[in-house]
Design a protein around this ligand. Structure first.
Ligand code: FES
Length: 205
């Protein structure tokens, strides 16, 4: 997914300022953990991942359209590091969802799946997908933000009141090969691309 070209938009400048405010708020937490090199944990927005990566499930297998259940989700790590400590960091945790049938989950291509950052856009708790009838949405346990599993857009709770792009979860693009195995395409870590973890993404029309 290519970043949009052209002159900076007002929204982008505002977003950057909002991001700095967010980081300032987070500084309260960071103050109590002075010996951690936080920069190592964050996916680098300017970093370049040029290869596709498999969607690796918690049991170590690669997600496959023939076996992954409809209306089901798993927490997966991306980008995966050789360091198991880094792989537990929240900014690398994504919710891999096969949509419910009524949202296209029985398709056998990438359209049946979503992969959103699990870091809630409000204050960075981890949300998850709830497949039960009457829910079928992402919910954050901290302050009740809810996310649309189709788009990643917050539709209830405090995250839904935040200005774009901080009301839409970062989303990774997926592809399915001839064996049905599912892959993550190389991301574009920007608000106009796949988004910035903990900050958000502009939703394309
Ligand atoms: S951190 Fe998720 S709703 Fe507040």
């Amino acid at each position: 997914m290519a970043a949009q070209q052209g002159p900076p938009r007002a929204g982008r400048r505002i977003s950057r300022r909002d991001f700095l405010k967010l980081m300032a708020a987070a500084g309260t937490v960071l103050t109590f953990t002075p010996f951690i090199d936080w920069g190592k944990f964050l996916p680098n927005p300017s970093g370049n991942i040029s290869e596709r990566s498999k969607v690796e499930l918690p049991d170590g297998s690669q997600a496959n359209v023939k076996t992954f259940q409809v209306n089901h989700s798993e927490a997966v790590v991306y980008p995966k590091s050789d360091d198991p400590v880094l792989n537990k960091e929240a900014f690398r945790i994504w919710q891999f969802i096969r949509l419910p049938e009524e949202l296209g989950g029985t398709n056998t291509d990438a359209a049946a799946f979503r992969m959103f950052s699990m870091v809630c856009l409000h204050l960075w708790c981890l949300w998850k997908y709830w497949p039960e009838p009457g829910r079928k949405r992402g919910e954050c346990p901290c302050h009740g933000s809810m996310y649309d599993p189709l788009t990643g857009k917050a539709f209830a709770g405090p995250a839904s009141l935040q200005s774009p792009p901080s009301n839409v979860l970062p989303r990774l693009d997926l592809e399915v090969d001839n064996n049905g195995d599912i892959w993550v395409k190389p991301p574009n870590w920007s608000v106009d691309g796949n988004g910035i973890v903990g900050f958000g993404r502009f939703l394309k029309a």
